[in-house]
Ligand binder design. Structure first.
Ligand code: AQP
Length: 333
């Protein structure tokens, strides 16, 4: 049976970018692929590669798990768990580090970007982040990993690590394929369309969070940077701000970008922005309502306990075999 694995870090307040590029996509895959198994986790070990306030992060871990369920993840079809509760992630991460080169990690765009932003010391874990991500995926023999465009490079290094390990020790890890959506793989910052919308951004002006109220959502879309051409086109090069808004409309409204352009052809941007503001406020409002229901239901811990146990069962078996392949441990006489 094919297996699909993905995760999100509780490193900030979830954004519309996380929803469109990852969460919504995962829900759609779960609905459209009844023959696949799904593993989904809250990547708290990844989040601490940069400084986090402990109490804030503990709250966010629950929030991310609840938001997955609010978006439509079915806990009976998906193993939903917290990464740090399955110790094999860190354990395999170390073993894979022994098969990864510093040079290839230093080339990672996200490492370069994040280390530039850090004022204080850059942790070694920020550099080895992609190796832990490879462990998250290879531990469960994932066939496919749904991610946004920004994670494509990390998935390529995961594939390289798996192939290298298999060449050295014999076929062992499944080499995963990235599943990147055609539309919505990279939602950009509303104030700076050259930068992706990121939950750890310094200012929240250019990002819509999944906890924003309707008035803020509409205001942020109204003040989103576009251009002075006044022409309704889907052109990411010449009109990146507008193209980003068209992408958001397209995904939330279930229309192709071309259909959105046709719908607003000949009109100024104001009407389009107003309608998009309403659409986004409605979509996020519905998500928030479901989120409140999940929190109120008191089911979250039971779902996460069940997920942890199922993930651990799979991961511990894989880990034991992996150690044997490498030659760790003793021969029993
Ligand atoms: N702007 C985006 N557009 C589309 N997809 C996105 N993703 C993130 N931002 C966008 C996808 O969301 C998932 C979550 O990734 P993550 O939490 O592991 O880390 P990230 O990719 O680094 O996400 P952020 O929001 O930018 O977090 P910070 O600020 O902490 O680095 C991934 O599938 C990602 O592709």
């Amino acid at each position: 049976m094919k297996r699909i694995v993905s995760g999100i870090q509780p490193s900030g307040t979830l954004t519309l970018g996380n929803y469109i590029g990852a969460i919504k996509r995962f829900v759609e895959l779960q609905q459209s692929l009844p023959d696949c198994e799904f593993y989904l986790f809250v990547a708290d070990l990844h989040a601490i590669t940069v400084p986090q306030e402990p109490s804030e992060m503990r709250r966010r871990i629950r929030d991310v798990a609840a938001m997955y369920l609010a978006a439509g993840i079915d806990p009976d079809r998906t193993v939903l768990f917290i990464q740090s509760e399955v110790k094999e992630h860190a354990e395999l991460g170390y073993l894979l580090q022994c098969n990864t080169y510093i040079g290839e990690l230093e080339r990672m765009t996200q490492f370069k970007d994040k280390s530039k932003k850090q004022e204080a010391g850059i942790t070694s874990a920020l550099l080895t982040y992609p190796v832990l991500m490879a462990a998250d995926i290879l531990l469960y023999d994932a066939d496919a990993v749904p991610v946004g465009e920004d994670q494509k490079q990390h998935l390529e290094i995961c594939r390289d690590i798996a192939i290298r390990f298999n060449n050295r020790y014999g076929e062992f890890f499944t080499v995963p394929e990235p599943l990147i959506p055609k539309v919505g793989a990279r939602i950009m910052d509303l104030q700076d369309p050259a930068r992706k919308m990121s939950k750890s951004a310094e200012s929240d002006k250019g990002l819509i969070t999944l906890y924003d109220d309707p008035a803020s959502i509409k205001r942020k879309i109204k003040s989103a940077v576009t251009d002075s051409l006044g022409l309704m086109n889907y052109d990411e090069e010449a009109q990146p701000g507008l193209a980003n808004l068209i992408t958001i409309y397209s995904v939330l409204g279930g229309l192709s970008p071309e259909a959105v352009v046709a719908k607003y052809q000949g009109q100024g941007y104001a009407q389009f922005k107003e309608d998009l503001g309403n659409l986004a406020a409605e979509s996020i409002g519905a998500l928030q309502q479901k989120y409140q229901e999940i929190i109120a239901s008191g089911r979250l811990d039971e779902i996460l306990d069940r997920g942890r146990d199922a993930a651990h069962l799979y991961a511990s078996r894989k880990m034991e075999k992996c150690k044997r392949k490498i030659g760790l441990g003793r021969i029993r006489k």
